[in-house]
Design a protein around this ligand. Structure first.
Ligand code: PMV
Length: 331
């Protein structure tokens, strides 16, 4: 099954373009129980379900409009034109091709209000904002579930960037992926805080797409990861419900370490951590030994996201002076 068939089934070739321009915002999201590995890499279908926390007003705003007499798309990122031969422009154009009416080109203007180096700004919130903007531009009137599937076709984790707060992505079983979508996990945890700890601005050497594939195809422990992800998802959801921060933090951190552990069992091995990352692990483990409830999670890069409660904000600021602290449930 191809992406084009899915888009056809969802939007039913409806291109009702009455408005000039549509703009949408989507928050960045951080996985608490990670998605690592696709059972279908064309449709971005995961092997396991995942849960994330959105970062409220931190994310991507995208405007899309139809260009009258142009022969190619124009893409602007953070106010700078992006050349069509960059991997960013190629990914965006490939997505736009799925919904492009004949002889149509777009002007896409996108900006992120979160540091790209944090590894949380780019693809997830970007494709979610784009799917939302296209929904308005073409008046598709998609339901949330369909919109989530559309965003997933751009980037897997984008399907979780359509809501604030906790969001669960159901892996699904169907080869069409029509049952692989995200939805709100309707719990509000007002005291929860996320700290972005930027340890390096270095570009990642291997994309999450390639790293996942390498892990699935070469790691003999991949099925152990799936069993653990399944257990962690339940633990994390239950801990959220009980507002049990120590259990929540332990399950989140252990899940991230297991994902990175499984990558090290791939061949060639994948290792996103830098010495600074490992130093930060030790610092956090030391703080925990001293009785502080501080945990971390790590995605496909060397930077960390710290999880703690509001009461520890002054302490965290003192220990990590450069940290950016976000309140996921701020109105
Ligand atoms: O959707 P992608 O290709 O950006 O992959 C996301 C991978 C992780 O951030 C490491 C995990 C996740 O569930 O977001």
């Amino acid at each position: 099954m191809y992406k084009k068939d899915i888009v056809k089934a969802i939007v039913n070739e409806k291109f009702n373009n009455k408005i000039e321009k549509a703009t949408a915002f989507a928050p960045a999201n951080i996985a608490l129980c990670k998605y690592w590995g696709k059972r279908d890499s064309e449709l971005n279908l995961p092997y396991s379900s995942s849960i994330s926390i959105s970062l409220a007003n931190k994310g991507v705003t995208t405007s899309i409009q139809i260009l009258k007499s142009a022969n190619q798309d124009q893409i602007i990122l953070n106010k700078q034109p992006v050349s069509s031969d960059t991997s960013f422009a190629k990914r965006v154009t490939e997505f736009l091709n799925l919904v492009r009416p004949p002889d149509t080109h777009f002007l896409l203007d996108t900006s992120a209000n979160i540091p790209i180096a944090a590894g949380v700004a780019s693809s997830a919130s970007g494709f979610a904002a784009l799917a939302k903007a296209l929904n308005t531009l073409f008046d598709w009137q998609l339901e949330e579930r369909q919109l989530s599937i559309m965003a997933r076709l751009g980037s897997g984790s984008a399907c979780r960037s359509l809501w604030d707060g906790f969001v669960e992505w159901h892996a699904g079983y169907d080869p069409s992926g029509m049952d692989s979508f995200a939805e709100l996990y309707p719990e509000q945890w007002q005291e929860l805080r996320v700290g972005l700890l930027i340890l390096s601005n270095q570009e990642k050497k291997i994309s999450s797409r390639n790293a996942m594939q390498q892990t699935v195809t070469t790691s003999t422990f991949y099925t152990s990861w799936l069993a653990k992800a399944d257990q962690d998802l339940t633990k994390i959801k239950e801990a959220i419900k009980r507002r049990d921060f120590p259990s929540f933090g332990a399950a989140v951190e252990s899940n991230a370490l297991a994902m990175h552990g499984i990558m090290q069992t791939a061949w060639p091995p994948i290792f996103y951590s830098l010495p600074e990352t490992v130093d930060a692990f030790r610092k956090i483990w030391d703080l925990r030994e001293k009785g502080r409830n501080i945990f971390f999670t790590q995605d496909a890069g060397p930077n960390l996201k710290l999880l703690f409660l509001n009461e520890d904000v002054p302490y965290i600021q003192q220990i990590f002076p450069n940290i950016e602290i976000l309140d996921p449930f701020v109105k």
